[in-house]
Structures are given as structure tokens and as C-alpha cells.
Ligand binder design. Structure first.
Ligand SMILES: [Zn+2]
Ligand SMILES: [Zn+2]
Length: 151
């Protein structure tokens, strides 16, 4: 992995200057930063980080090592914090082969010993049927046929 690789969360910053710092152990300063770093960890397959940043009572025992889902785009719709609780409303676009979908969730976070952790949320998944002439669902701003939507 090159240092200049853009962060999957879409800030336009290099991974090492964005979510990579939190993956390397620096505490995420806000629920939104933690949410972004968890999205990036899903995109990069950093299962250890995902489990570490999950509240113990809702944490799964394991995550699949070979998840075929590719996460392609993140939008933060709303976020906020109140003391040691936080919330983030986001929409994440993914593809599994030629199938596309969007996961929208209002997530809850909690700060424990100075570190934000993901508690739970109410996810809803919508199937997307991107057209070749529609804007690409990856958020590139190009038409689908000139980007990820081929064939
Ligand atoms: Zn990032
Ligand atoms: Zn695309």
C-alpha cells in the first residue's frame, strides 16, 4: 500500500493522513471520525480494527475474512455528539459483482475511556440499479458507463 493512496472514506486525503491514523491506534476524536475509519476498515478488510472499535455487548465474535462486498462510496448525512454518546447517519454504497446497493444507517456510538466505539444502529439496504448513462454510484461524477457500470 502506497502512502499517497486516497482514503476510502472519500475525504480526498491520503489514507495515512485520514483514517489510517485511527487504524494505527490514535483515538478517533469524534463519532464521525470513528464512523469514517470503520467504513474505511470495512473497505480495506481490517477486521481487527472493526472488532476493537465495537462495543463489547454488540460486537460479533468474528467477521468474514473473504467478504465479497466492495464498499465504493460513503456519504455522511448527519452526525452529532452529546457528552459520551454520539450518532452518525450515513449512506454507504457497495457492490457485489454486478449487484449494487446502498446501506443507510443511523448508528449509535459511545465514548469509553477516551475512545469512541460503535454500539449499534438500524440499517436498511436498498438495491440500486444504476443505468449506464446515470451518474456512477461510486460518486466519481462520471457516467456509469465511463466508470464502474459496464456491460
Ligand atoms: Zn478517511
Ligand atoms: Zn464509478
Amino acid at each position: 500500500m502506497k502512502d499517497a493512496e486516497p482514503c476510502p472514506c472519500g475525504t480526498g486525503l491520503p489514507l495515512t493522513a485520514c483514517c489510517g491514523r485511527y487504524h494505527d491506534g490514535e483515538p478517533a476524536p469524534t463519532p464521525e471520525a470513528l464512523m469514517r475509519s470503520r467504513y474505511s476498515a470495512f473497505a480495506l478488510g481490517l477486521n481487527d480494527y472493526l472488532l476493537e472499535s465495537w462495543a463489547p455487548e454488540t460486537r460479533p465474535t468474528a467477521l468474514p475474512d473473504d467478504d465479497p462486498t466492495q464498499w465504493v462510496h460513503l456519504e455522511i448525512l448527519d452526525h452529532g455528539e452529546d457528552g459520551d454518546t454520539g450518532r452518525v447517519h450515513f449512506r454507504a454504497t457497495f457492490r457485489e459483482g454486478r449487484r449494487w446497493g446502498a446501506l443507510e444507517e443511523r448508528s449509535r456510538f459511545r465514548r469509553e475511556a477516551g475512545r469512541w466505539v460503535y454500539v449499534d444502529g438500524e440499517p436498511s439496504v436498498t438495491r440500486l440499479k444504476p443505468g449506464r448513462n446515470d451518474p456512477c454510484p461510486c460518486g466519481s461524477g462520471k457516467k456509469g458507463k465511463a466508470c464502474c457500470v459496464r456491460g
